[in-house]
Design a protein around this ligand. Structure first.
Ligand SMILES: [Zn+2]
Length: 237
């Protein structure tokens, strides 16, 4: 595990294709996202290797119900006994993973891949807690509903510690900040509005930003997001 900020860890044992995070706070451990189905044992191993008791993982917060973020959820929930939380709108996709589809023109292909490959099968999970926009969580997070990539996508903002867990509303691949992958973002207009929301409404509340995909920005993340929002909307934020 790689410590990014005091209390915030990136579980890099699962590789660099997708990231999940561990937040260590006074109430225990909170896992944010769970990687692909096959990497769940690596997350468990990483926690144990770090000396954490599995029952101290009290909650798993899912930013959105894509296979690379919820793949390990059923397994990790079972092993840790953690409560699972997601946005109220994302509940349907957590309970019915096959309803999540990419943009319309890839759907036939996507269906075939899912049918053929066990690596693309996600076990359904019923969330214990449903979150809404603006909700304050005991971990110190403010829930920010950032739809577009999926309807119930959320980002988690820690105002006191000044960091943002963006999820897939943004990515920072090869140090290039961008919106979510178009092929897997059925509502790009809304995704762009979500970037605007982060910049305009919360842009003064964080410095560091970590992503589902790409390198964390530990400084000036706010400025980078404001610049991207300005570029998308051709207006100053
Ligand atoms: Zn992703």
């Amino acid at each position: 595990m790689q410590q990014l900020l005091p209390g915030l860890w990136k579980i890099d044992e699962i590789g660099e294709a997708v990231h999940c995070y561990l937040w260590e706070w006074a109430g225990g451990l909170t896992l944010i996202d769970t990687g692909m189905p096959a990497t769940a044992p690596k997350i468990i191993e990483a926690l144990l290797k770090q000396g954490y008791a599995l029952h101290n993982v009290r909650r798993i917060i899912i930013t959105h119900a894509d296979i690379d973020h919820t793949g390990g959820l059923a397994h990790i929930q079972k092993v840790t006994g953690a409560k699972v939380a997601c946005h109220v709108v994302e509940k349907e996709l957590l309970e019915h993973p096959n309803r999540r589809q990419p943009v319309w023109y890839l759907r036939p292909l996507f269906g075939a891949v899912v049918a053929l490959s066990r690596n693309f099968q996600v076990q359904p999970v019923t969330p214990d807690e449903l979150l809404v926009d603006g909700q304050e969580l005991p971990e110190g997070f403010t829930v920010v509903h950032t739809p577009g990539h999926t309807p119930g996508h959320i980002s988690l903002l820690h105002k006191a510690k000044r960091f943002l867990i963006a999820g897939d509303v943004l990515a920072n691949r090869k140090d290039k900040l961008s919106g979510p992958a178009p092929l897997f973002t059925p509502d790009m207009k809304n995704a762009q509005r979500s970037i605007w929301k982060l910049a305009k409404k919360y842009g003064d509340d964080f410095d560091a930003v970590v992503f589902g995909h790409g390198t964390p920005l530990l400084q000036n993340g706010d400025k980078r997001i404001k610049a991207l929002a300005s570029q998308i909307f051709s207006a100053d934020v």
